[in-house]
Design a binder for this molecule. Structure first.
Ligand code: HEM
Length: 485
C-alpha cells in the first residue's frame, strides 16, 4: 500500500513538474517569431495536453482524417497550428505541404520522434547523433534495394507456406490481424537474421511486442509503466541480438555463414565511406529499428488487403485470376521468384489502393531547424511539423471520388507526385518500401491461391492507434478452394 502511495505521489510530482516545464516552454515557443509574419491559424488547446486528445480520439474512432479536414476547413487549407504530444506543431496539408517537407529535409527541417522513442533507442537510426543517422540512411537502402531483395522472394514464400501450414490449414475461421503479425515477424526473423525455427522466432517476438507497444508512450520510467516495460524488453531483445551477432561474426570469419545470406551479414560486412564498420550495439539497434519500422506497418497493410478483398468480390476475382496464373506456372515445390513478383501488377495496384484508404502510417513529424515562412505564415525554429497521408489520400482534389475503391488509379503513371504518400517521400522515404511490397504480394499469393473468405463481423469497427486495425482483429470464415496449387 505504502509502495502504491509512493508511486502515485512520484507520478503526481512528475506530472506537475512536466506540465510546468511544458507550459513554460510552449508559451516561449508559441509567442516568439522574428520574421514579422504571423503564426499559422489554429488552436493550441490546453497547456501541455494541447489538442492531443482530439488528435488521438479521432484516430481511435477510426477517422484520423477528421482531425485534419475539420481544421483545414476552419483555419487554412495549407497549414494550421495545433499542439500535439506537448509540442507546438504546424500541420502541413495537401500535396504542396508534402512536397515542401519532403524536399527540405536537412535544409529547413529534420526528423523528430517523441521522447519515448529517443530513450528506448540510445543509438538507433532515429535518435543517434545526426551524423550517425545520416550514415545509416546511406547504408540502409543498400540492404533493402530491389537487387538485394530479389533473392529473398523464395525465402519469403517458404516462410509464408510454413505460416499457412501452421496457422490456417484445418481452421474454418481465423483472426487475421494477429496472424499477419506472426507472418511478418517470421519473415523478418528469417530475412534479417536467418532465424526460422518457430520457438526461436517466438523468443524474439515476445519481448519485441512489449517493446513495440511501449515505444510511443508517456516516457515515465517507473515500475509497471508501458515505457518501463518497453525499456526492459528492449534490453532483452538487444541481449538476444548481441548473441546472434557475435555468433555470426565467428561464422563469417570461419566461412560458415555467407556474406549475402541475410541483412545481418550485409550490415556486418558493409563499411561507411571512412572504412568504419558498425559496432555490435549499433547493428542490434539498426535491426530493432527495421523490425519496428516494418512489423506493424506491413501487418496492418496485409490485414486491410484481406478486409477489402472480403468486401469486394469482383476485385478478389481479378486478384485470384492473376495469382492462379502464376501458381499454375510453377512446378510442384517451386517457390515464387522475382519474375513472378513482376507479374503481380494488378495485385499490387489493389494493395496500393488499400494503403491509400487505410495508410498504415498516418503521417510523421519533422522539426524546424530555423525559423522560415510557409504559405505566408511564420514557422518558428524548434516547432514540430506534421505531414499527414490523410490530407491527400482522401482529398477529392487529389483523388476524385475518394471513397471509391479503384485500383486503376495506379495504372500507367499513377497518382501525381506527392499525392500518394503511404511510404512518405524525399530523403526519409521508407527504406523498407520494396521489402514491404514483396512480403505483401507473397502473402496475397498464398492466401488467394488457398482460400476465399468472408468477414465474421460485417460491421467491425476500425481503430487507428497509431496504426489502423480492425477492433476485433478481423475474424474471417475460410472457404478452401477445392484444388490448391
Ligand atoms: C506497408 C508497409 C510500410 C509502410 C506503409 C511504411 C511507411 C513508412 C513511412 C511513411 C516512413 C517515413 C516516415 C517519415 O516521413 O519520417 C517510414 C520510415 C521507415 N520505414 Fe517504413 N513502412 C513500411 C514498411 C517498412 C519495412 C518493411 C521496413 C523495414 C524492412 C521499414 C523500415 C522503415 C525505417 C527504418 C524507416 C525510418 C527511416 C528514417 O527515419 O529515415 N518500413 N516507413
Amino acid at each position: 500500500m505504502e509502495l502504491f502511495f509512493l508511486c502515485g505521489l512520484t507520478l503526481f510530482v512528475l506530472f506537475v513538474i512536466t506540465s510546468l516545464l511544458a507550459i513554460f516552454s510552449s508559451s516561449r515557443k508559441t509567442n516568439g517569431c522574428c520574421s514579422g509574419a504571423s503564426l499559422p491559424p489554429g488552436r493550441t488547446g490546453l497547456p501541455f495536453i494541447g489538442e492531443s486528445l482530439e488528435f488521438l480520439s479521432t484516430g481511435r474512432k477510426g477517422h484520423p482524417q477528421k482531425f485534419i479536414y475539420d481544421r483545414m476547413d476552419k483555419y487554412h487549407s495549407r497549414v494550421f497550428k495545433t499542439s500535439i504530444l506537448g509540442e507546438p506543431t504546424a500541420v502541413f496539408c495537401g500535396a504542396a505541404g508534402n512536397k515542401f517537407l519532403f524536399s527540405n529535409e536537412n535544409k529547413l527541417v529534420t526528423a523528430w520522434w517523441p521522447d519515448s522513442v529517443n530513450k528506448i533507442f540510445p543509438s538507433s537510426l532515429q535518435t543517434s547523433s545526426k551524423e550517425e543517422s545520416k550514415k545509416m540512411r546511406k547504408l540502409l537502402p543498400n540492404f533493402l534495394k530491389p537487387e538485394a531483395l530479389s533473392r529473398y522472394v523464395g525465402v519469403m514464400d517458404s516462410i509464408a507456406q510454413r505460416h499457412f501450414g501452421a496457422h490456417w490449414e484445418r481452421q474454418s475461421q481465423v483472426s487475421v490481424f494477429p496472424l499477419a503479425k506472426n507472418y511478418t515477424f517470421w519473415v523478418a526473423s528469417k530475412v534479417f537474421l536467418s532465424i526460422e525455427e518457430p520457438e526461436h522466432v517466438a523468443r524474439l517476438s515476445r519481448p519485441f511486442n512489449v517493446l513495440a507497444s511501449g515505444i510511443i508512450s508517456i516516457p515515465i520510467n517507473l515500475p509497471g509503466t508501458p515505457f518501463n516495460r518497453a525499456i526492459k524488453a528492449s534490453n532483452i531483445v538487444r541481449r538476444e541480438l548481441s548473441t546472434i551477432i557475435r555468433r555470426r561474426k565467428i561464422d563469417l570469419a570461419e566461412k560458415n555463414a555467407s556474406p549475402t545470406q541475410d541483412i545481418l551479414s550485409h550490415m556486418l560486412l558493409t563499411c561507411d565511406e571512412n572504412g568504419k564498420y558498425m559496432d555490435e550495439m549499433d547493428v542490434a539497434d539498426k535491426i530493432i529499428g527495421l523490425l519496428i519500422g516494418g512489423h506493424d506497418t506491413a501487418s496492418a497493410a496485409i490485414t486491410f488487403v484481406v478486409k477489402y478483398l472480403a468486401e469486394l468480390p469482383e476485385i478478389y476475382q481479378k486478384v485470384l485470376k492473376e495469382q492462379m496464373e502464376i501458381a499454375k506456372s510453377k512446378a510442384p515445390g517451386e517457390f515464387l521468384n522475382w519474375e513472378d513478383i513482376q507479374k503481380m501488377k494488378y495485385s499490387w495496384n489493389v494493395a496500393c489502393e488499400v494503403m491509400r484508404l487505410a495508410p498504415p502510417l498516418q503521417g510523421a513529424f519533422r522539426e524546424a531547424l530555423n525559423e522560415f515562412t510557409y504559405a505566408g505564415f511564420a514557422i518558428p525554429k524548434g516547432w514540430k511539423l506534421y505531414w499527414s497521408a490523410n490530407s491527400t489520400h482522401t482529398n477529392p482534389e487529389c483523388f476524385p471520388e475518394p471513397e471509391k475503391f479503384d485500383p486503376s488509379r495506379f495504372e500507367g503513371n499513377g497518382p501525381a507526385p506527392y499525392m500518394y504518400v503511404p511510404f512518405g517521400g524525399g530523403p526519409r522515404m521508407c527504406p523498407g518500401k520494396e521489402y514491404a511490397r514483396l512480403e505483401i504480394l507473397v502473402f496475397m499469393h498464398n492466401i488467394t491461391k488457398r482460400y476465399k473468405w468472408e468477414k465474421l463481423l460485417p460491421q467491425e469497427n476500425i481503430i487507428v492507434d497509431p496504426m489502423p486495425m480492425p477492433a476485433k482483429g478481423l475474424p474471417v470464415r475460410l472457404f478452401p478452394h477445392t484444388t490448391t496449387a
